[in-house]
Design a protein around this ligand. Structure first.
Ligand code: UDP
Ligand code: MN
Length: 580
């Protein structure tokens, strides 16, 4: 081949390579452009489909809502009167009551914006209020009934003057009920868009403590008012709360909580004359107690009444103060204990807890919790162990006597932050709290004549026979446990009661000895402990005896005489208090 033709061939081969490269480059470019447009088209298509889906969903929710609204019976339950359904609805209602402790069938028929009677004491009208602070109402819920939540919202809108209502924040604690998703969103968007109602969703259930915290973080009003999701507020409920917090930013307030019956939705105002405030039991439970002697006058005048603790579901607090005083213990899980933690903390760290009798809110008290907790964890017990370690100093001994398995249990978690908080806020100790805020609280081993196990010469001990807290039952006898356990922890109080926490030994028919609620000065509950171990009951003239008593039956009083059956030996006796 000539050199010329070789050159041509080489040039041709090179050119062909360039063309091939060019071809590939252009093809790739075209491919990319194609993919881009196709994608664009798919995106457009998706967007379009989404819009269509949401229009269809909206239409579906609207049909569901209309259907629901059409079934509402006008004026049912008006004024808070009891409401009833008939026929199969009534039966369904009963079933619901058994299943979720609330008549949801009836709730769905009662107007969401029903009117309630003004439940307030007439004297409340003498007060005038003009608060400047605005409220953020926080309502947390987990699988509550759609209509019950919305009645809480509607009553808050209708009963709170507009200029005092900053917002209502609904916090969904990971509910799984389908009606609380799209349908609720749709309701808020179409029925409540003119009102400042916000909905915060927590994707996975975190328990009521962290749910309330989430709501508080979102809130911007001056005062946080927490409500359970099954409440109805009544006329004039918000003003006294806001006004009092305006006067003193460190008070934490509880309205007078009325009962809305879970079966008829009747708003009951019976509680007013006998309204109570919050106490606690050494087992770590919230209890209702009579208004303290120092507060009886305030109660009569329907003025703020001091309360040692609060129930926890309904309360108002200055938003900034809520954060300053330590909000909540975020490591508390599930349900329970947070109310006592907050109560002790508020008092010990410089705040005040009060019940405001002129602020009235109804709450549905359910006979049981319609929900369970993951792994059946005793969150109330664990949370209470946390607060006992942080706030109760040595008095935590009583709680751990009720729950010995929690005393040194790692399940209780790390407490460093809460202990630091107590130091930072320079909080007072629990003894101060008991002495000054709750002096009526019976401390089983303080200021008593004797306490501990009360033993017979046959190694048998006084025993409450596992009597449930605050129930009446026989005072029994059982083999002494090797360690002091709560069922055998008895005290002879300074005023001569043979008692446990809230139950006292009382003689019936001059014979049978029962543990019943302590009444303070009842003659039948008065005993004298003698140095020789006799326990004398002056009102019957007899002595506590264990003669012919079978192990788990009630004790009796018998004619006093020199016998081993009438000798009792307490673990600890204050000889100076026992006179004779
Ligand atoms: N709640 C919640 N998460 C839970 C359990 C309860 O948000 O894991 C809500 C519940 O819906 C209610 C409030 O917390 O609004 C208080 O609970 P509940 O009413 O059952 O307590 P109770 O009034 O019986 O003490
Ligand atoms: Mn509740």
């Amino acid at each position: 081949m000539s050199s010329f033709s070789r050159k041509m061939l080489l040039k041709y081969v090179r050119l062909r390579r360039v063309y091939i490269k060019l071809f590939f480059a252009v093809s790739i470019l075209l491919f990319i452009i194609l993919v881009f447009f196709l994608n664009f088209d798919i995106d457009e298509q998706l967007k379009h489909n989404k819009q269509e889906l949401s229009t269809n969903l909206s239409a579906m929710y609207e049909i569901q809502l209309k259907d629901y609204e059409n079934r509402i019976i006008p004026h049912l339950g008006e004024n808070g009167d009891p409401a009833y359904l008939e026929g199969s609805d009534a039966k369904e209602g009963e079933k619901a009551l058994k299943k979720i402790a609330l008549n949801s069938v009836l709730s769905d028929r009662i107007p969401l914006n029903r009117r309630l009677r003004d439940p307030r004491n007439k004297k409340c009208r003498l007060f005038s209020y003009d608060p400047k602070l605005q409220a953020s109402i926080i309502v947390i819920f987990y699988n509550e009934q759609f209509s019950v939540i919305l009645r809480t919202v509607w009553s808050s809108i209708l009963q709170t003057p507009k200029h005092l209502l900053k917002e209502i924040i609904l916090v969904d604690d990971g509910s799984t009920e389908s009606s609380l998703h799209g349908l609720l969103d749709h309701y808020l968007a179409t029925r409540l868009s003119d009102h400042p109602v916000k909905l915060v969703r927590i994707p996975k259930r975190v328990g009521l403590i962290r749910a309330r915290l989430e709501g508080a973080r979102k809130a911007v009003g001056d005062v946080l008012i927490f409500l359970d999701a099954h409440c109805e507020t009544t006329v004039g409920w918000a003003e006294p709360l806001l006004q009092r917090i305006e006067e003193d930013r460190t008070v934490v307030l509880v309205p007078l909580i009325d009962v809305i019956e879970a079966d008829t939705f009747a708003y009951s105002t019976d509680g007013e004359s006998s309204f109570q405030v919050g106490g606690f039991s050494w087992s770590g439970h919230f209890t209702w107690i009579d208004v303290q002697p120092s507060e009886v006058e305030a109660k009569k005048a329907v003025k703020p009444v001091r309360s040692p603790t609060m129930a926890g579901g309904l309360f108002a607090i200055n938003r900034k103060f809520f954060w300053e005083i330590g909000s909540y213990d975020e490591q508390m899980d599930g349900w329970g204990g947070e109310n006592l933690e907050m109560s002790f903390r508020i008092w010990q760290c410089g705040g005040r807890l009060e019940t405001i009798p002129c602020s009235r809110v109804g709450h549905i008290f359910r006979a049981f919790h319609p929900y369970t907790f993951p792994d059946n964890k005793d969150t109330h017990g664990i949370n209470t162990a946390r607060l006992a370690h942080v706030w109760m100093d040595s008095y935590k001994r009583f709680f751990f006597m009720h729950q010995p398995s929690l005393e040194n249990n790692p399940i209780v978690g790390d407490l460093t932050h809460r202990k630091q908080l107590r130091q930072k806020l320079r909080c007072k100790d629990f003894k101060w709290y008991l002495d000054n805020i709750y002096p009526e609280k019976f401390v089983p081993d303080e200021n008593v004549q004797a306490y501990g196990q009360a033993r017979t010469p046959f190694d048998m001990c006084l025993d409450d026979l596992q009597l449930p807290e605050d129930r009446a039952g026989p005072l029994g006898l059982y083999q002494c446990h090797p360690r002091l356990e709560i069922s055998q922890f008895f005290s002879m109080s300074a005023r001569g009661e043979l008692r446990k926490e809230n139950v006292c030994a009382e003689v019936f028919n001059d014979r049978d000895v029962q543990l019943t609620e302590c009444h303070g000065h009842r003659r039948e509950q008065y005993w004298i402990l003698y140095r020789n171990g006799t326990i004398h009951h002056p009102s019957s003239g007899k002595c506590l005896s264990n003669e012919n008593v079978s192990m788990s039956h009630g004790l009796k009083v018998d004619t006093c005489r020199e016998t081993v059956y009438q000798r009792w030996k307490f673990d600890h006796v204050n000889m100076t208090a026992v006179l004779v």
